[in-house]
Design a binder for this molecule. Structure first.
Ligand code: ATP
Ligand code: MG
Length: 457
C-alpha cells in the first residue's frame, strides 16, 4: 500500500527516532528543511508532498517571516507540532490557521502525527486532481470571460502549454488579455504554488534592467549597500513573465539569451553563478517579425522564447462575447452607478458590435465603467459608451459591406488556422495568391504564419 515513496519535509531540529521509524514504515522519505536555506526547497513543485513544521524547535520559530515564506510557498500539506503554550501566541495561531492542514499538541503519540501527515498529503493531492481535471472547464479560464470558438481554443491552448515547462510566447493586440493568459498558464501548471514574477521589460530603463533581472552583490557599485536578489532569482521554482518583451533593449537581449542558454545567473559584482529553475512566459503586442527584420530584436533570442505560441484573439473577432464581457463588467462595477441600472439598450448593444475595439478588452472595461457613472437613465445608451456614431452598422454601400465582411472572414480564418495562409485560403475558397493580395489591401499583413506555434485551435 505504501510502496511508492513520498516526500515528507521536516522543518525543525530533529525527528524523534520513534516518529522517524513510523514515517519510514508508512513510505515517507524524510527531507530536512533548514529555514536558513529556504531557496533549496523551491526545486519542489513537480508533485505534492507533506510536511511537518516543528514549532517546538527553539530559535526556529523566531523568524516568522522565513516561516511564513516556507509554509505559503510550496505545494505541501503542512502539519504543525506545537506545545500548549504555542496556541496562545496569536502570530503562530495565524500561521497554523492559514497554512497548515492540522496541528498536533505534543507530547502526543507518533501515530497521531503520522495520521495527520497522511491526511494533509491526501488533501493536497485532492486539490491537485481537481485543478487539473479537463472536464471541469466551465467556459472560463483563470478569470477570463468568453465562450466563443476563439476563446475556447485559447483555453485549450492554456491547458496544453501549462502541462509542460517549455517557454511560451503570447502575442496579441494591446488589451486582449495577454497578462491574464500568462497568469492562467501559471495557475494551471505544476508551479502554481511557487512564485509568479512579472517584469515589464519596456518600463525599466536599460541601465537598470541588468540589476533588476539578475540582482547585485553588496558593494557592486556605489550605493549598493546590501545584496539584492534579481527578478529571475526571485522566480526560482516558479514562472518568470517577461511582459512587453518586444521593447527589451538590444544590449539586455544578449544577457537574457545567455541566461536562457545556461539557466544560471551571475549577480552584478558577484563571484560565481547560481542555477535558477524558472519557466519563461513572454508577451508583446509588437510585431516580432518586423522587429527582427529591422534588427530591433535578436532572432536567436526570439526562437528561444517562442517554443510554444499563443495568440490572443482581438475583441472584434469574438462575436457575442463582446456582450457577455460588457454584461460581466456591468455586474462588476454596478455599485458605482447612482441608480439601479437595467442593462444595455438595443442601440448600445448594436454599437458594441459595430465598433472595432482597437483597445480590446481594456477599452471595453473603461467604456462600460464610464457609462455606468455617466448614465442618466435606467439603461446604458450608446452615447453613454461614447459610441453614438456606431449605432448604425457603418457600411453604407454594398461595396463597403462586402469589404467589412471579407476582412472579418479573413481575420477569423487566419486565427483558426494559426496564420497558415494555404489552409486559410482553402477554407475561404480562394487561392493563396489572392489571399496574400487581400491581406495587403486590408492592412492585415503580419497575421500570417510565424514558426513553431501550437495555439489558436
Ligand atoms: N477574457 C477576459 N475576461 C475578463 N477580463 C479580461 C479578459 N481579457 C482581458 N481582461 C481584462 O482586460 C484588461 C487587460 O488585460 P491584460 O492586461 O491581460 O491585457 P494585455 O494584452 O496584457 O494588454 P497590454 O498589451 O496593454 O499589456 C485587464 O483588466 C484584464 O483583467
Ligand atoms: Mg500586458
Amino acid at each position: 500500500m505504501y510502496g511508492e515513496s513520498r516526500t515528507l519535509y521536516f522543518a525543525g531540529r530533529a525527528v524523534s527516532e520513534d516518529l522517524a521509524e513510523r514515517l519510514h514504515a508508512r513510505g515517507w522519505n524524510i527531507e530536512y528543511v533548514n529555514p536558513a536555506k529556504l531557496p533549496r526547497l523551491s526545486r519542489h513543485g513537480k508533485g505534492v508532498a507533506a510536511g511537518i513544521v516543528d514549532m517546538t524547535s527553539s530559535g526556529f520559530i523566531k523568524d516568522i517571516e522565513a516561516l511564513t515564506a516556507l509554509l505559503s510557498g510550496y505545494r505541501i500539506g503542512w502539519v504543525a507540532t506545537v506545545t500548549a503554550d504555542h496556541t496562545d501566541d496569536p502570530e503562530l495561531c495565524r500561521l497554523i490557521r492559514d497554512f497548515c492542514f492540522d496541528y498536533v499538541t505534543v507530547p502526543s503519540s507518533a501515530d497521531r502525527i503520522v495520521d495527520a501527515v497522511g491526511h494533509a498529503y491526501g488533501m493536497v493531492s485532492l486539490h491537485d486532481v481537481a485543478s487539473n481535471d479537463p472536464q471541469k472547464s466551465d467556459g472560463t479560464e483563470g478569470g477570463m470571460v468568453g465562450n466563443c470558438e476563439a476563446m475556447k481554443a485559447l483555453y485549450r491552448s492554456i491547458r496544453k502549454v501549462a502541462m509542460t515547462d517549455a517557454p511560451v510566447f503570447i502575442s496579441g493586440e494591446s488589451g486582449t488579455g495577454k497578462e491574464l493568459t500568462a497568469h492562467a498558464i501559471h495557475e494551471r501548471s505544476a508551479r502554481r504554488s511557487q512564485p509568479f514574477v512579472a517584469i515589464n521589460c519596456g518600463a525599466i530603463p536599460p541601465h537598470l534592467l541588468q540589476s533588476e533581472l539578475f540582482g547585485y552583490e553588496r558593494g557592486a557599485f556605489t550605493g549598493a549597500n546590501q545584496r539584492k536578489i534579481g527578478r529571475v532569482e526571485a522566480a526560482d521554482g516558479g514562472t518568470l513573465f517577461l511582459d512587453e518583451i518586444g521593447d527589451l533593449p538590444l544590449e539586455s537581449q544578449a544577457s537574457l539569451l545567455r541566461f536562457l542558454q545556461e539557466r544560471k545567473i551571475e549577480r552584478l559584482g558577484g563571484q560565481g553563478s547560481t542555477s535558477v529553475d524558472v519557466r519563461i512566459i513572454s508577451a508583446t503586442h509588437v510585431d516580432m517579425q518586423t522587429a527582427m527584420l529591422e534588427g530591433r530584436f535578436r532572432a536567436d533570442l526570439y526562437h528561444r522564447l517562442c517554443v510554444l505560441q499563443i495568440d490572443e484573439p482581438p475583441l472584434r473577432t469574438r462575436g457575442k462575447d463582446i456582450e457577455l464581457l460588457a454584461d460581466h463588467m456591468l455586474e462588476r462595477f454596478r455599485k458605482d452607478a447612482s441608480r439601479r441600472l437595467r442593462g444595455f439598450s438595443p442601440c448600445a448593444i448594436a454599437a458594441l458590435h459595430n465598433y472595432g475595439w482597437p483597445g480590446n478588452v481594456r477599452e471595453l472595461i473603461n467604456r462600460v465603467r464610464r457609462a455606468i457613472v455617466m448614465c442618466e437613465g435606467r439603461q446604458i445608451l450608446a452615447s453613454d459608451l461614447e459610441l453614438g456614431d456606431y449605432v448604425e452598422a457603418a457600411p453604407t454601400t454594398l461595396a463597403q459591406a462586402r469589404e467589412a465582411a471579407e476582412r472579418q472572414a479573413i481575420e477569423v480564418a487566419l486565427l483558426r488556422h494559426r496564420g497558415r495562409l494555404g489552409e486559410a485560403a482553402d477554407e475561404l475558397g480562394i487561392s493563396r495568391v489572392t489571399l496574400y493580395r487581400m491581406l495587403t489591401a486590408y492592412g492585415l499583413r503580419g497575421k500570417e504564419e510565424r514558426p513553431l506555434r501550437v495555439s489558436g485551435g
